[in-house]
Design a protein around this ligand. Structure first.
Ligand SMILES: NC(=O)c1cnc(N)c2cc(Br)sc12
Length: 318
């Protein structure tokens, strides 16, 4: 096989493997067996070893790569990753709604989303290629944890379109993985993690990507930092476009026409949060229109166009 044929074969294998991984991890609907996947991965690795000039960081063969880091590099977020104001009961949600309506003349629609109890992260894609992942840090400065985030199978190394965008989301550890990890820790005489959030944060702050790769972490993407040629006018459109790009968004989001519908959504999840296979600590409510978000703006710390309804702390998983 000459270099041109090898390049074409490598590209075909990568596209197949990315599609299989997306079907398996994000859609939960694999079209091939693990054997078929592994056979193609071995073929890709062999071809890349025979043609090292064709091995690139976005290859599926490069997910768990490199030796342990000595330390994490600090990174500046182009747009600060802010925190949210809180609401603790229905009346405080109505207060939020009144403040929003005082800040805009148009009719207000909201988007409600589950507030994932994990570690907030930023993923940067340039021309569709995953180039950098970082923790939220203090909102302005985070840590570069790209190598660890690359081990999360639901983070595509290449988007379905060559867009340049920075997306934000929450990396988390599913409840089942948390229990298995803590059982292993306790049987090794190690201190168990207190909760899945600490386990996710502790795993992503490992300097050795091979450790993070074993922690079965997952992610939901829910926001946008910088987006070149952003084609959307509403947050709900962004969630749909992110999914089209191959990014994993949480399926439970809901567009609500008024605050009473928001309150119904919140109260339904107070009752059903234990049914989820991941932990949530509340509901995030956002004004859907991006123009209205811009009109409402920000306080020093938080957007005026969003709030977080906080649940009481959940009983520890035992
Ligand atoms: N869907 C969302 O916007 C969302 C979900 N889960 C979270 N932990 C957070 C935190 C911020 Br800040 S936003 C958000």
């Amino acid at each position: 096989m000459n270099a041109t044929e090898a390049k074409q074969k490598i590209e075909t294998l990568r596209q197949d493997l990315e599609q299989y991984s997306y079907e398996y991890h994000t859609l939960d609907d694999p079209s091939v067996s693990d054997y078929e996947y592994d056979k193609k991965m071995q073929e890709l690795i062999k071809l890349e070893e025979e043609h090292p000039d064709l091995k690139t960081p976005d290859s599926p063969s490069q997910r768990v790569g490199g030796k342990p880091l000595d330390a994490f590099v600090k990174v500046q977020h182009d747009i600060p990753m802010l925190s949210l104001g809180n609401a603790f009961n229905d009346e405080e949600l109505r207060d939020f709604d009144r403040r929003v309506k005082n800040g805009t003349d148009a009719e207000v629609n909201y988007v409600c989303e589950l507030k994932i109890d994990g570690l907030a992260v930023s993923l940067k894609y340039e021309d569709g290629i995953f180039v950098r992942g970082a923790t939220r840090g203090d909102g302005t400065t985070g840590e570069d944890i790209t190598k660890n985030l690359r081990t999360i199978r639901n983070i595509p190394l290449r988007l379905k379109e060559p867009v340049t965008v920075e997306v934000r989301g929450e990396a988390y550890m599913p409840k089942k993985s948390f229990m298995v990890l803590n059982e292993a820790k306790e049987s090794n005489g190690e201190e168990p993690f207190a909760n899945p959030r600490n386990a996710a944060a502790g795993s992503l702050r490992q300097l050795d990507p091979k450790i993070a790769a074993k922690r079965n972490l997952d992610i939901f993407l829910y926001g946008i930092g910088v987006w070149e040629n952003d084609p959307t006018d509403a947050h709900s459109e962004r969630l749909e476009k992110m999914k089209e790009l191959g990014l994993k968004t949480n399926p439970e989001w809901k567009k609500c026409n008024d605050i009473e519908e928001v309150i119904d959504y919140v109260n339904s999840w107070v009752e059903h949060r234990a049914d989820l296979d991941y932990e949530i600590d509340g509901i995030v409510i956002k004004v859907d229109s991006l123009d209205q978000q811009e009109d409402l703006g920000f306080t020093a710390k938080s957007p005026r166009w969003a709030t977080a309804y906080k649940f009481p702390a959940e009983e520890a998983i035992t």
